[in-house]
Design a protein around this ligand. Structure first.
Ligand code: TYR
Length: 381
């Protein structure tokens, strides 16, 4: 690909973002300093990555094409600070699992991962310097502000833990300790980003730019949730499961608002196709014999119009999305099948939940005879 001009690079970095804070930082680095922008995206290594991960991957692809230096933070400590979503003894395996998935996802959309750097949170967040910075930050940020900052990211529970207040402080410090110019994330991170922008200068560190992606609804409508298995499709779901989940997915005929399947075409399938075909993407819906030619969409507006007119019915939309998604997932699942290391780490990262205790008929005094009977299930994901 021919070298892009500075303005083309900036346009590509901003493409499809919902919001950018301090865009002048991009100008300063790329135009005035004439050097690559250093940007990072952090992911807390908790539940299994799902198809929603294609959305940030596309932006990472843009950043790389725009000549940025891209860092991916595998935020293992954050994974457990957020209400132990990743128990401490599993968190390292999960980080390794994420590294495999993300590498394969990027490869599958044709992105070279050469200029991409993975960083494991615990590799630098336990250093004396970082720890001291965390103490310093905790003495300038109020409890109220830390709590507010995490409200959309950290699971909200009846007895909030102190760890939920540490989380946004560490995410702010990561910008300094990763040595970046900008942080990228979903717009759900906005309040943490604002905290970082406001508080880092108080420690004598510079304010970074913040690049925000829109939130893409899950297949069930609403945000994709790790705890509702039907709202998301796992990267390793078998074709049968993918078909079943899409069949069951919520799609009101003629209604495009809040339609997670249409959003998936808009934010994942069409852009990936465009990325692979030098800007000219399409989404194809095959029709049965006698029902007409395949429907071919090159832009989302035409697709939405056809959906509103019921020319593209929910059934047709689902069948088109199913085959496109199966094509996307196939090379990733092949990677998984051919990597023993990845398979090993998957088993360790997500062990099957302990089998439910069998109810013993007419058995009294459970405590002594069945010591495991009272054990709580801590890994109920
Ligand atoms: N808050 C991010 C999430 O919701 C994870 C993250 C953690 C991002 C630390 C950046 C960071 O520095 O997944």
């Amino acid at each position: 690909m021919a070298e892009l001009s500075a303005q083309e690079k900036i346009a590509l970095i901003n493409q499809n973002l919902q919001e950018v804070l301090k865009p002048e930082i991009l100008e300063d680095v790329i135009v005035k300093q004439n050097r690559p922008l250093i940007v990072y995206w952090g992911t807390a290594t908790t539940g299994r990555p799902h198809c929603g991960y294609f959305v940030p991957m596309l932006k990472l692809a843009h950043f790389l094409h725009a000549g940025c230096t891209v860092k991916i933070l595998l935020a293992d400590i954050h994974g457990f600070l957020d209400n132990l979503k990743a128990p401490i003894e599993l968190v390292n395996y999960r980080a390794e699992y994420y590294r495999h998935v993300i590498t394969s996802l990027l490869k599958s959309i044709g992105v070279s991962t050469d200029s991409l750097h993975f960083v494991l949170g615990s590799d630098y967040q336990l250093s004396p310097k970082y720890t001291m910075d965390l103490f310093r930050l905790s003495s300038v940020v109020t409890e109220h502000d830390a709590k507010k900052a995490g409200a959309e990211v950290i699971k909200q529970v009846a007895s909030p833990l102190l760890s939920g207040l540490i989380y946004p402080l560490m995410q702010s410090l990561d910008e300094e300790h990763l040595g970046v110019d900008a942080q990228f994330g979903g717009v759900d991170q906005r309040k943490i980003f604002a905290l970082a922008a406001e508080q880092l200068p108080k420690l004598g560190y510079k304010e970074r730019a913040h690049l925000m992606n829109p939130m893409v609804p899950g297949l069930a409508g609403g945000k994709m949730s790790a705890s509702d298995p039907d709202s998301k499709i796992d990267i390793l779901d078998t074709p049968e499961i993918v078909k079943k989940k899409l069949r069951k997915a919520f799609a009101v005929p003629k209604e495009v608002e809040g339609n997670g399947i249409i959003s998936f075409v808009e934010f994942v399938l069409l852009p990936i196709s465009a990325l692979k075909n030098s800007g000219r993407g399409n989404f194809v819906v095959e029709r049965r014999e006698g029902e007409g030619e395949p429907l071919v969409y090159t832009d989302i507006e035409t697709l939405k119009d056809d959906y509103k007119a019921d020319k593209l019915t929910p059934q047709l939309l689902k069948s088109g999305v199913t085959s496109a998604l199966l094509n996307l997932l196939a090379p990733i699942q092949e990677d998984f099948q051919s990597s023993e290391a990845w398979q090993e780490v998957e088993k360790k990262a997500y062990p099957p939940p302990p089998a439910p205790e069998k109810k013993k008929k007419k058995q009294k005094g459970l405590g002594t005879k069945y010591p495991g009977a009272m054990r709580s299930n801590t890994e109920a994901k």
